[in-house]
Design a protein around this ligand. Structure first.
Ligand code: SAM
Length: 227
């Protein structure tokens, strides 16, 4: 079983995921669909879970965290409207899967993870799969990455209590921020577009359910739970 999974590339499962979970639910950006078809999601989960990697739900990745459901990854990625030349900041590297999808759609991806062990595992997969345009650091991403700002797009993959002002300030004019905002258990996915120096347009993209963003502008340290 283990040997078979090691050589299997799961292309059939990826195709089915794209057709049944993404296209059928309205994901229409061809570049996003191509990226989701190309990135080997099974490489970002433990070997024992590989056969479930393309199913329609999140999976545990350790430290009480999860790799997000494929549809959430696609929806949030599509909302960033990437053309290929952008610098993107992701908060919450987790398994590294979302970073890998973004890396195929933008020039550079910077990603921040608070758990060193998850960051180390993600780095190993980036290296193994030759994702060379991803820069990662361990720390509290709720404050952004001031030294590398501004960004064309920012994605937060954990739920925050409010839209974080300092992240808005790290966007270029025209830049997009996508993040789940709400209570500890239930959030709304928000897209914020910086229309001018001090002008922002905010819209809701639907209800969602993410693990908490823990940090200075997020929640306090919490017991583990799944999303
Ligand atoms: N994008 C990830 C993937 O593709 O696997 C899934 C992200 S998981 C739903 C949320 C991640 O955010 C977890 O790995 C968690 O440790 C991380 N996180 C939570 N608060 C954070 C913070 N303040 N700074 C950086 N990472 C944080």
């Amino acid at each position: 079983m283990s040997e078979g999974l090691a050589v299997k590339d799961f292309l059939k499962e990826r195709r089915r995921m794209v057709e049944e979970q993404l296209k059928a639910r309205g994901i229409g950006d061809e570049r996003v669909l191509e990226a989701m078809l190309a990135v080997p999601r099974h490489m970002f989960v433990e070997e024992a879970l590989r056969s479930q990697a393309y199913n329609d739900f999140p999976l545990p990745i350790g430290e009480g965290q999860t790799i997000s459901q494929p549809y959430s990854v696609a929806l949030m990625t599509e909302a960033l409207q990437l053309q290929g030349e952008e610098t993107v900041l992701e908060i919450g590297t987790g398994s590294g899967y979302q970073s890998a999808v973004l890396s195929r759609l933008a020039k550079q991806v910077l990603t921040v993870e608070r758990f060193p062990r998850l960051a180390r595992k993600a780095r190993m997969v980036f290296d193994a799969c030759a994702y060379t345009n991803i820069m990662m650091r361990v720390g509290d991403g709720s404050v952004g990455w001031e030294e590398k700002a501004p960004f064309d797009a920012i994605m937060v993959t954990a739920g925050a209590p409010v839209v974080i002002e300092s992240l808005k300030q790290q966007l270029v004019p025209g830049g997009r921020l996508v993040m789940p905002v709400g209570s500890f258990r239930q959030q709304v996915l928000k897209r914020i577009v910086r229309e001018g120096a001090a002008r922002f347009h905010e819209e809701n993209l639907g209800a969602c359910h993410f693990v908490p963003l823990v940090g200075h502008y997020g929640w306090r340290e919490t017991p583990a739970r799944s999303c």
